[in-house]
Design a protein around this ligand. Sequence first.
Ligand code: SAH
Length: 230
Amino acid sequence: MKIAIMGAMPEEVAPILEKLQDYKTTQYANNKYYEATYKGVELVIAYSKIGKVFSTLTATTMIQHFGCDKLLFSGVAGAISPTLKVGDLIIATKLSQHDLDITAFGHPFGYVPEGAVFIESDKDLIALGKEVASEMGKTVQEGIIATGDQFVANEERKNWIGDTFKADALEMEGASVAVVCDALDVPFFILRAISDAADMDASFSFDEFLETSAVESAEFVMKMVDRIVE
Ligand code: SAH
């Protein structure tokens, strides 16, 4: 077993690297990959850089080049659902690309031929996530995550994404990682801690809460790893 742990930004993987302390750094495809052995299991950790293209490259690299056979993503997101507050965790049940639009041809938003509007996360990893949440005494919401190459800081756009995809949170990498894992048949789990409400105050909230929310998410994902390796 070889587990990929991915984030988009340095702050999202720093708490994981801190916990591991001993790891090997490999430079590949304009990025750094950190390899470690944790409780007898191999881990590959990386932050992709922001957005769908970089996260696609990193997820593909972790699977095809480093040989990972499970992928866990840890990071922060903007909330759509009013029940999600800063610091709360959301497990993606399925993910969609909110900025994928060939509706001019009569297709739904998020769809291209031979693709799918939604990609579903691995059911076993979701079930494990729920067990970990109850062990930790944490309330973790499950829901739909919408991904696009936009930092959403606008109530109107946020509400449109919420209405169109029934999404509960939005970010910039989850759905692209999901597409890669689905195509390569690798079970994946996408966890996000809320950093902002994707409204006009989003950039300020993001800057204030990025670090603490990233730690919330990383700690949860490491608890998942503990359960996977035991
Ligand atoms: N602070 C960064 C930019 C962050 S972009 C800089 O200045 O360099 C936002 C990142 O957090 C993305 O990786 C995305 O996945 C997530 N995210 C958090 N809130 C978001 C929001 N409201 N809209 C889109 N992505 C969001």
